[in-house]
Design a protein around this ligand. Structure first.
Ligand code: PEP
Length: 249
């Protein structure tokens, strides 16, 4: 059985007090025993969130990490630093990192290798721009992003990868991929994994959808056979909305 997962990406939101209030409300109102739940606060609030979730089953992710273990990389944070405060997960490849910070598939491959060396689990994001979809290139773009950053890995490493399909045109725009568009792409992604590895590996890997998931559309998206949950941006900043999405399976 594949895991159902809902992950909240808080992005560059929440002061220290806001982060503590948000995670406290999520922990106390959580009434779900099956969905895997991950929250990704900004770096400065991450340790407080680790502490606040220590007696719960909520996992904490970084939103990014550097590929090196340590060194002269001013402003950066490494996987070993994250592990040292109890963070086991990291998002990599978010379209905002690819777009604003020029993260390429080649760089992401290095980050993936580094996170796996630290025995972290990766939420690996990818997705096409609007022009790619309009020109019918969306499958090819997604295939390249996945192949170039992940397909050098052995099958056992894929146990530590959660895939997150996030069409860039649907992130923070209020425009959601239709359930049919999401299912079509997720089935394609699973077939890529099956072709490059095998059907057992493909059946095991969780593929999340991200892009304007809300309490009102989560159920319809998650009811598709190849959509195993969501990576949630805006709606993860309100405990009630986030928990409604957690319960939308
Ligand atoms: C995201 O940033 O990963 C995301 C999906 O954002 P939103 O839900 O706000 O579209």
């Amino acid at each position: 059985m594949r895991k159902s997962i809902v992950a909240g990406n808080w992005k560059m939101n929440t002061t220290f007090a806001e982060a503590k209030a948000l995670i406290t409300e999520i922990v106390s109102d959580l009434n779900n025993e099956t969905t895997e739940i991950i929250v990704a606060p900004p770096f400065v609030n991450i340790e407080a969130v680790v502490k606040a979730t220590s007696n719960s089953r909520i996992k904490v992710a970084a939103q990014n990490m550097h590929a090196a273990t340590k060194g002269a990389y001013t402003g950066e944070v490494s996987g070993s630093m994250l592990k040292s405060i109890g963070v086991q997960h990291t998002i990599l490849g978010h379209s905002e990192r690819r777009g604003y910070f020029n993260e390429t598939n080649a760089l992401l491959k290095e980050k993936v290798n580094s996170a796996l060396t630290q025995e972290m689990t990766i939420i690996f994001c990818f997705g096409e721009e609007l022009e790619d979809r309009k020109s019918g290139n969306h499958f090819k773009v997604v295939q390249n992003q996945i192949e170039e950053a992940l397909f050098h890995l052995g099958a056992s490493s894929l146990d530590h990868i959660i895939l997150a399909y996030e069409p860039v045109w649907a992130i923070g725009t209020g425009e959601t991929a239709s359930p049919e568009q999401a299912q079509e792409m997720h089935a394609f992604i699973r077939s890529l994994v099956a072709n490059n590895y095998d059907s057992v590996t493909a059946d095991k890997i969780s593929i999340l959808y991200g892009g304007s998931v809300k309490p009102t559309n989560a159920k319809e998206l998650f009811s598709n056979p190849d959509v195993d949950g969501g990576l949630i941006g805006g709606a993860s900043l309100k405990a009630e909305d986030f928990l409604t999405i957690v319960n939308a399976f």
